[in-house]
Design a protein around this ligand. Structure first.
Ligand code: GLN
Length: 313
């Protein structure tokens, strides 16, 4: 890998945690009722390098639902199955500049395609997962995400039931896409599988390993298993850079200079290509739905580890 030596990374991860542990801005998500049970105190930071080294401080083994961080990994699996060209034509890759659950984003785009990092594009992506029926498509996604994490991921039933009972807006988005011929299997099945994928439990450590798998050209650096091909990883990192933090993706790229993806349970994954992955967990979110401490810790580590993609040295 090309991160600084291990002890230096350990020191910086600890320093990031110490610096931001007392930040009290942000609000734990409650639009999915089960998410409101999270503690605002939980905070974990993990860096996984492409050689399989792990640097973890804080609540890095505590499970939480992956939520929108499933989006880049499901897109990777669907890209692998379809090819990058077909994925782009069917789903779309342009930035939306709009909130994650925007319906206007669909209306404003002439060909009705949508970046897979926002709900509309993500549900369209899930509808393209290969499989003869909904159960097979769900297995494809759950097993694929588990390979990225390097362990068997399981669904949080409380979170799933809670979101399934309150996700009328996502159901509406899927039907709108169907009307525009941008939904590729039954819209209710696609929304249900999307809701399940969002309820898969992960840890900050899992996120770091998943991010490091994208950094490593599709090979999980811990299990050494190839999950997707190198050229698919590049596509995934491109869509993360354009819309991974929704309407704040520009601010994020400006400050951090790396592709990232946030989730409303408080997770944040970031990939430094060829170097490693960062996983942060801290439930309080800003107005766009991005973890406040997650962003601060990642920005600090990107700077101090010298990870910004736009830096010449
Ligand atoms: N499951 C959530 C939703 O669709 C994911 C949103 C997110 O993490 N930003 O509303």
């Amino acid at each position: 890998g090309h991160l600084p030596p291990d002890p230096a990374v350990d020191t910086l991860v600890q320093e990031a945690w110490d610096r931001y542990r007392d930040v009290s801005e942000g609000k734990v998500a409650d639009y999915i009722p089960a998410l409101a049970k999270a503690s605002a105190e939980w905070f974990g930071i993990c860096v996984a390098d492409v050689d399989g080294g792990i640097h973890a401080v804080g609540d890095t083994d505590r499970e939480f639902s992956i939520q929108s961080i499933s989006k880049p990994f499901v897109f990777a699996l669907v890209c692998q199955a379809l090819g990058g060209g077909r994925a782009r034509a069917s789903i779309g890759v342009n930035a939306t500049g709009l909130p994650f659950n925007s319906v206007m984003a669909i209306e404003l785009n002439a060909d009705r395609t949508m970046n897979p990092m926002v709900n509309a594009g993500a549900i369209a992506t899930t509808s393209l997962a290969p499989g003869a029926n909904a159960e097979a498509r769900w297995s494809f996604i759950r097993e694929g995400l588990s390979r990225f994490a390097g362990r068997e991921l399981a669904m949080d039933h409380d979170v799933y039931e809670s979101e399934a009972a309150t996700n009328q807006r996502n159901q509406g988005i899927a039907r709108l896409l169907l009307g525009y011929e941008r939904m590729y299997s039954d819209p209710d099945d696609a929304t249900d599988i999307y809701t399940r994928q969002c309820a898969l439990n992960v840890t900050a450590r899992d996120l770091a390993v998943m991010g490091a798998t994208l950094a490593d050209g599709g090979v999980n650096p811990v299990t050494r298993e190839r999950v997707v091909d190198e050229d698919r990883c590049r596509r995934v990192l491109a869509v993360m850079a354009t819309a991974g933090l929704y309407e704040q993706s520009g601010d994020w790229l400006y400050e951090v200079g790396l592709p990232g993806k946030s989730g409303v349970a408080g997770g944040l994954v970031t990939t430094a290509p060829g170097k490693g992955g960062l996983g942060v967990f801290s439930p309080p979110l800003d107005a766009a739905g991005n973890s406040v401490r997650g962003q601060l810790a990642t920005r600090f580590l990107s700077e101090r580890l010298g990870l910004n993609l736009f830096a010449s040295k």
